[in-house]
Design a protein around this ligand. Structure first.
Ligand code: NAP
Length: 539
């Protein structure tokens, strides 16, 4: 009882202080904030009334906020292409920000932030976000679906508002209340909020950190992690790690923890093969985890320590003291290099494979599987990858047949059992000799290598998972010795034949598991640390 009576005056005092603070904030804003509310003539619904009440409440804070109301058939509605009631336009002379519905409930927070940012005439984006937003050079029509009861929505909505304020020439924004506009929400299948689309492409599901949102907006695809960009033309380090898969990322963490100034350079997507592995089983800590999810966890962890230069290809390395690493973006001067360049998909090498690549021939079921839902595909291979990916396609609703050149799988028993428990057909002792089709894959020519019998099978796709070949182009360029299987030769402590140059992960051969690659990355980083303190090549 006592608590309740004490609470009321305290909260009144708190809200009075908050109001005074808001009034002071608005008093300092340099710009007028003009709001235009468009409504259907004679149609008074909850959202229209809510708009008026909320705006009235905010106008008590500042005379800088003005409201103008028009019918939907007014010429201004035509000028600004307003067709739904109610639609609230915020400072349309300067920005393209509109609200379909009303800033009710949780969304009042978004509305307050919009008023302050528009009043300031500044986006307040972080420096990192500004770097990304600067790269937007074509229109982005953004829709953010929100609801008044969603506490996560204001964050995503405000991200979009900031982008619309920063680049009004390119970014236009509609904040859409799914209760007020159920038809538009249905059209975009926005059944959860917040969800953000740009140019009708999904760019965010759930509340994203600001930098992740602007990256998604710039790239027009959902990003899960933000990797800060760097303008530096010259970077001096103790260690440059080339390759951002599990080996490189783990080495990055260990090297920085040892006190080495370290950079990870990756020309493609981070995570290597793991990023496109549908399901990873038994990486310690996870019975089963999506490959991309595991990569995101690893990258987020690595980013806490090491700077990552992603989308950057190493074009030249000059061994010297220091070693020079040239990428397509900048120069690194470093004391050591770790090559963790991994391995690339092995090709079947049959006629039709390269011609129809991307037209039914695929090496990535995670990426391309959904396009084959309800269609027939062949999955070639008998190892863990082929079986995992066949199961993935099967569960996705793809009519998949496994084609294996022997009568026994190389895959682990656990996976082999899942395959035999499913109804996935297997063509044993069978090899694909040719992939046929004009514009896209239509059929495959196969041979039974026991009987020699050949036949053609109609199919919409051929997925190939027959192992990997090590990515050793850079190693060869640098004069590194390879072993008889074509992998980088090292001394057991990841030292190659070139002093200061080390290797880790699949490029060294061996077991090719994520956990072994990570282990090799950690080992290599520790060797490098020891060698830089006490260089073995000077002994
Ligand atoms: P893999 O284990 O080397 O198996 C390659 C498969 O492709 C073999 O069955 C092989 O047949 C077949 N093959 C090779 N060349 C071929 C050709 N020219 N034509 C037809 N078939 C051919 O490769 P992977 O399955 O990609 O796995 C690579 C590594 O990643 C392995 O170490 C694997 O254990 C690991 N991995 C682990 C997991 C996991 O969850 N733990 C998941 C995926 C991959 P033969 O059997 O006749 O040689």
């Amino acid at each position: 009882m006592q608590d309740t009576t004490m609470d009321t005056p305290r909260s009144d005092m708190a809200s009075d202080a908050y109001l005074r603070q808001l009034q002071a904030t608005f008093a300092q804003l340099p710009n007028e904030i003009t709001l235009y509310l468009f409504t259907a003539k004679g149609h008074e619904d909850t959202f229209t009334r809510a708009n008026r009440e909320i705006i009235r409440a905010f106008r008590q804070l500042s005379a800088k906020i003005t409201l103008r109301e028009y019918d939907l058939d007014h010429e201004l509605a035509k000028k600004w292409n307003v067709t739904s009631s109610p639609t609230l336009l915020i400072a349309p002379e300067r920005y393209s920000i509109r609200w379909l519905g009303a800033p009710m409930g949780e969304e009042a927070r978004t509305f307050l932030e919009i008023l302050i940012l528009v009043g300031m005439g500044k986006s307040k984006l972080s420096d990192q976000s500004l770097n990304v937003v600067k790269k937007i050079d074509s229109p982005r029509n953004v829709k953010v679906f929100v609801s008044p009861t969603c506490p996560y929505c204001p964050q995503e909505a405000v991200n979009a508002v900031k982008a619309a304020i920063e680049v009004p020439e390119y970014v236009s924004l509609e904040l859409i209340d799914i209760q007020s506009e159920p038809e538009i929400a249905n059209q975009y299948a926005a059944q959860s909020v917040p969800q953000a689309f740009a140019n009708d492409v999904l760019i965010g599901q759930g509340a994203q950190p600001e930098e992740v949102f602007v990256s998604s907006l710039q790239k027009l695809e959902v990003q899960t992690i933000f990797i800060p960009d760097s303008d530096a033309e010259l970077v001096e380090t103790d260690l440059v790690i080339i390759g951002g898969g599990p080996a490189g990322l783990t080495a990055g963490i260990y090297a920085v923890r040892s006190g080495l100034r370290t950079a990870v350079v990756e020309r493609e997507a981070l995570g290597g093969q793991v990023a496109t592995t549908p399901i990873v089983e038994n990486y310690p800590g996870f019975t089963s985890v999506g490959g991309k999810t595991l990569v995101d966890i690893m990258v987020s962890h690595a980013l806490q320590y090491v700077q990552i230069f992603q989308g950057e290809a190493v074009v030249d390395v000059q061994i010297g003291n220091p070693i020079t690493v040239l990428t397509n973006r900048r120069k690194f001067l470093t004391k050591s290099i770790l090559l963790s360049t991994g391995a690339t998909h092995r090709h079947l090498g049959v006629p039709g494979e390269s011609r129809l690549s991307g037209r039914g021939v695929s090496y990535c079921s995670t990426c391309d599987g959904p396009l084959f839902k309800g269609k027939k595909v062949m999955m070639v291979g008998g190892g863990n990858s082929a079986v995992t990916e066949a199961l993935h396609l099967f569960h996705m609703g793809v009519d998949v047949t496994l084609v294996h050149r022997r009568d026994k799988l190389r895959a682990q028993d656990f996976l082999a059992k899942q395959l035999s428990d499913s109804s996935i057909p297997v063509l044993w002792d069978t090899e694909i000799k040719e992939i046929l089709g004009e514009e896209r894959v239509e059929e495959v020519l196969v041979v039974n290598n026991r009987t020699g019998e050949t036949s053609t099978i109609k199919t919409n796709g051929v997925f190939i998972a027959i192992g990997y070949t090590p990515a050793v182009e850079l190693a060869e360029m640098m004069g590194l010795e390879l072993n008889e299987d074509g992998y980088i030769r090292h001394d057991g402590k990841h030292r190659t034949n070139v002093p200061g140059v080390y290797s880790a992960g699949d490029v060294e051969g061996g077991y090719k598991q994520i956990v072994t690659a990570s282990g090799q990355g950690a080992e290599a980083a520790m060797t490098i640390f020891e060698d830089l303190i006490n260089p073995y090549w000077l002994k």
